[in-house]
Design a protein around this ligand. Structure first.
Ligand code: GLV
Ligand code: MN
Ligand code: MN
Ligand code: MN
Length: 394
C-alpha cells in the first residue's frame, strides 16, 4: 500500500472541530484509535507488535534482536496540527515494508517499525516524551508528575488508560537493540525544493513556562492605578520575545498564554506564558535570559511577580554523518538540510546512529492544517526509505 493510502485510513482520527486540523494526544481516544490502527496494519504485514513501558509501540519484522534497523516516527500531533508531521513517517515505514516485501527482500538484521509516544508534548508539555524516557534523558518521576491543562498527571492518565506508570523510565536493554534509526518526516518549512532531502542537523531547542502573578479583581470597579494585572507584563514579554529573536538567529515563540481565572470581566490573578526558543548556533539560554530580564522589569512596573521554569532544553544535534552520506549517495540530487523542528531522531542520535529523510512540503506550513506533501513526493520518499532500509538490513 502507498503511504498516502495508509494516511487516508486515519484521516478522520482526532479531527478537532474547535481548533481545526487534528489534535492527537497521549492517553486520549484518538491515540487509542491510532494505536489500534497501527497494530492492525502491522499485524497484516506479519510484524509482531509490542508496547514498551514508555508507551512506544514496536513492530518487528522477524525476531527482535540486537543491532536492529529501526524506522518510524510518531502519530501524535500538536493541538490543531496537520496530518503529516509524524504519521507520514509511520505510514512510510509500513509502506516501505510493503515495497521491500514486493522486492522479495527479507531483512537479515533485526528490523522494527516504531511509533514513539507524544513526540509533540501536545498534552503534557514535554516533547519527545517516549524517546526521552526510553533513552533515560528525562527522569521518570518528573514524567509521572507532568500535568496536562486540566491538572491530570501523566501517571493518572496512564492508569486510566490501563497502563502501569511504574513502568516508565530508562530502558537500556531496548535501547541497546537499536543499531540504526531512520525517521522519514515531512519537511516543515520551505527549505526543500526537490522531493526528498537528507537531514543534517537539528537545532538546539528549549521550552520555558513563565508565571506572572498579580491581583485578581473586578474589571469595572478597579481603578487603572490600583491594578496589578499580570496580563500587562505578559503582553510586554511577548513583544520582548520578538525583539530578542530579531537581534539573534533564534526562533522564539509564545504559542500559549493562559490567564486565570479567565473571565472577560475579571482582571486575571495569574497568567502562564510558554516560551519556545530554538537556535541554529549556540544555546537558546542567552535569548531566554534577555526575555526574562524584560519580563521581570515589566512585572515590577505592574506590581506583579514572575517566576520561570525550564520545561525542556536540548543542544543542537548533528545526525550521523556516515549514515547521511550513505543516504545522500543513494538518492540522486538529494540536498542535505538542517531542521529547526524537533524529532525523536534527535533524542536517539546521542545513543545510536540516527538519520532523517525529509519529504518536500509545498505549502511550507507545518504544525497547522495547511501542512502538505504531494503523493508523488511521498512515493519518492518511501522509495528512498525502502532503499536505505534494504541497504542497512541486508
Ligand atoms: C516538534 O515537532 C517541534 O519541533 O516542536
Ligand atoms: Mn511537530
Ligand atoms: Mn514530527
Ligand atoms: Mn517534531
Amino acid at each position: 500500500m502507498t503511504a498516502t493510502e495508509l494516511l487516508s485510513e486515519i484521516a478522520d482520527v482526532g479531527r478537532d472541530p474547535v481548533r481545526g486540523g487534528w489534535s492527537r494526544h497521549v492517553a486520549t481516544p484518538a491515540e487509542s484509535d491510532l494505536t489500534e490502527w497501527f497494530v492492525e496494519r502491522a499485524g497484516r504485514r506479519g510484524l509482531d507488535v509490542e508496547r514498551d513501558g514508555n508507551g512506544n509501540t514496536w513492530a518487528w519484522w522477524g525476531a527482535p534482536g540486537p543491532d536492529a534497523v529501526v524506522t518510524g516516527s510518531h502519530l501524535d500531533s500538536v493541538p490543531g496540527g496537520g496530518q503529516f508531521d509524524g504519521p507520514l513517517g509511520v505510514a512510510s515505514a509500513l509502506s516501505a515494508v510493503d515495497t521491500l516485501s514486493d522486492r522479495g527482500f527479507r531483512p537479515s538484521r533485526p528490523f522494527a517499525v516504531v511509533v514513539f509516544a507524544e513526540e509533540e508534548g501536545g498534552r503534557f508539555g514535554l516533547p519527545c516524551l517516549g524517546s526521552r524516557l526510553l533513552t533515560g534523558s528525562f527522569d521518570a518521576d518528573r514524567a509521572r508528575a507532568l500535568r496536562d491543562a486540566d491538572g491530570v498527571t501523566l501517571a493518572e492518565a496512564l492508569t486510566t488508560r490501563g497502563d502501569d506508570p511504574a513502568r516508565l523510565g530508562a530502558d537500556p536493554d531496548r535501547l541497546a537493540r537499536i543499531g540504526t534509526f531512520v525517521e522519514l518526516h515531512v519537511e516543515q518549512g520551505r527549505a526543500l525544493e526537490v522531493p526528498v532531502g537528507v537531514g543534517s542537523t537539528i537545532v538546539a531547542h528549549g521550552r520555558w513556562r513563565l508565571r506572572f502573578t498579580g491581583q485578581g479583581n473586578h474589571a469595572g470597579t478597579t481603578a487603572t492605578a490600583d491594578r496589578r494585572d499580570p496580563m500587562i507584563p505578559a503582553a510586554e514579554t511577548v513583544l520582548a520575545v520578538r525583539r530578542a529573536a530579531r537581534e539573534t538567529d533564534a526562533r522564539a515563540t509564545v504559542g500559549r498564554l493562559v490567564p486565570r481565572p479567565g473571565g472577560t470581566n475579571v482582571i486575571a490573578s495569574t497568567v502562564d506564558l510558554w516560551l519556545d526558543v530554538r537556535t541554529f548556533t549556540g544555546s537558546p539560554e542567552p535569548v531566554v535570559d534577555t526575555v526574562l530580564a524584560a519580563a521581570r522589569c515589566a512585572a515590577r512596573a505592574e506590581g506583579c511577580a514572575v517566576e520561570s521554569t525550564t520545561e525542556s532544553l536540548g543542544g543542537a544535534v548533528t545526525l550521523d554523518e556516515a549514515l547521511a552520506a550513505r543516504m545522500a549517495a543513494a538518492i540522486p540530487g538529494a540536498p542535505s538540510l538542517p531542521t529547526a523542528a524537533g524529532h525523536d531522531a534527535g533524542i536517539l542520535a546521542a545513543h545510536v546512529p540516527s538519520g532523517m529523510l525529509h519529504v518536500r512540503n509545498p505549502t511550507g506550513v507545518s504544525h497547522a492544517p495547511g501542512e502538505h506533501a504531494e503523493d508523488d513526493d511521498v512515493e519518492e520518499g518511501v522509495r528512498a526509505l525502502a532503499d536505505v532500509l534494504e541497504e542497512l538490513a541486508r
